[in-house]
Design a protein around this ligand. Structure first.
Ligand SMILES: [Zn+2]
Length: 443
């Protein structure tokens, strides 16, 4: 997969094209020197890529990056004084009105593999995810159960796997709870695989003393695919469609709401677009989408016991905590100290960069701002592997699954351990004593 992707990227090297090779994108040319490519005649209109572009802009401060996001561009990569993101020509025009001309623009489909490579079969589509969750649950009756938290626009069941030695399905439990979520954004397939592997890891090691001790004391919920419609759309047709949003029909040929801009805490503020064609379209109202409604109900039914929530995304290798909608830190000093301690510890475990979400740029309506702002649940967004678009971006290949999971076991176990009292993270900065066993071999 990595090889295929690189081949596609290197195809951009043609000296006659205005498009530059990946490492030539940042060659210091001024915007005026960069000719905007025209959409190719052969652009696969059915892929929904025809009007979207990969856009690189110089934006050295968080305020400048917020101005980029406010045009409707979905920022996917921040590095040095530049950001890379996905948007349309109209958004480039809005950038220019603010004096933020792009350094580089390329057609998105030119950055994609031509078809679904066989080596990516290790990733789970929706039906495969369902089967895998059922198989995991079947291995541990009395510990694992599955239930449905709601339905997507296209009526797919949004599934949760629960690990609790005393309660199954929707039964009440007084144990401290933690929730792991994946794939709010369709094309971020690795963010399904990591929580799915976490479920298998905990079940298969349930008799090892340290894991057994954790499982007996906690109520663990794993929801690997919040946006099943988007996932199925992204992989349908034999090639990736670079789809981010859900599958709401917005009219005028526009599809999808950004589920991670649709949560109802400071909804509709900065870094979320009111334009349906934007990849960061916030939707017509807070919690307008069945997928975010499902998460809302799931959390609110358990708000007395869920202490920690982790939402996996890709990519950039970051550990983010609230606020995202404001540059201000959260006002509760004790909680902020706990957030910083947890994020710092997990940063050392993974090599990922811990920071307040808005240090990147303002984004409103995300899962973590809502979970913290509305319910005081300690909430993190992990932007998983890889670090950049040029390392594979959203499609890093099957090899990334095990390595990324192995790099993320320790923070997962650490958060499970802390879920009775996250505030103690700031009191005892020492890292968890748990020594996870790396997983090897593909599935
Ligand atoms: Zn995402």
């Amino acid at each position: 997969m990595q090889r295929v992707w690189l081949a596609a990227a290197l195809a951009l090297c043609s000296p006659s094209a205005a498009l530059a090779a990946p490492d030539g994108y940042f060659d210091g040319r001024s915007a005026a020197e960069v000719e905007l490519p025209r959409p190719p005649a052969t652009a696969p209109a059915a892929a929904g890529l025809d009007s979207r572009l990969w856009i690189v802009v110089r934006a050295p401060t968080k305020q400048a990056r917020t101005a980029v996001a406010d045009t409707g561009i979905s920022i996917e990569q921040v590095y040095g004084d530049r950001v890379g993101g996905i948007g349309t020509r109209a958004m480039i025009d809005r950038l220019k009105e603010q004096g933020l001309a792009p350094i580089h623009v390329s057609e998105l489909d030119r950055l994609l593999p031509a078809d679904f490579p066989p080596e990516d079969q290790a990733y789970h589509n929706y039906q495969e995810l369902r089967k895998e969750l059922e198989a995991i649950a079947a291995r541990a009756p009395g510990l694992a159960s599955i239930f449905v938290i709601g339905h997507s626009h296209q009526n797919r069941e949004i599934l949760a796997l629960r690990l609790n030695t005393d309660a199954a399905g929707r039964q009440k439990s007084g144990k401290p709870a933690i929730a792991f979520m994946g794939t709010h954004h369709a094309r971020e397939h690795l963010s399904t695989e990591v929580p799915l592997m976490l479920a298998a890891y905990l079940v298969d090691k349930r008799n090892e003393p340290e894991i057994s001790a954790l499982l007996s004391r906690r109520d663990i919920f794993i929801l690997p695919m919040i946006n099943p419609d988007g996932v199925e759309h992204d992989i349908s047709g034999g090639f990736y469609r670079m789809h981010r949003k859900n599958m709401r029909e917005n009219g005028r040929g526009s599809i999808g709401v950004d589920l991670n801009r649709n949560y109802g805490f400071h909804w509709g503020e900065g870094g979320a677009s009111d334009r349906p064609d934007s990849d960061i379209y916030r939707g017509p109202a807070p919690f307008s989408e069945p997928e975010t409604q499902a998460v809302k109900s799931f959390v609110e039914e358990r708000k007395d016991t869920i202490k920690i929530l982790l939402s996996y995304h890709t990519f950039s290798e970051l550990i983010l905590y609230p606020w995202g909608h404001s540059y201000d830190p959260i006002p509760d000093a004790e909680a902020l100290a706990a957030y910083r301690a947890m994020a710092g510890t997990m940063g050392r475990m993974t090599g990922y960069t811990p920071q307040q979400s808005s240090e990147l740029y303002i984004a409103s309506g995300d899962t973590t701002d809502w979970a913290w702002g509305a319910h005081r649940i300690f909430s993190f967004t992990f932007e998983l592997t890889p670090k950049t678009m040029w390392d594979g971006g959203f499609y890093p290949g099957a090899d990334a699954i095990n390595t990324t999971f192995n790099n993320n076991i320790r923070p997962a176990l650490y958060l499970i351990e802390l879920a009775d009292d996250p505030y103690r993270a700031a009191r005892t900065l020492s890292q968890t004593q748990l020594k996870p066993t790396p997983v090897s071999g593909g599935r």
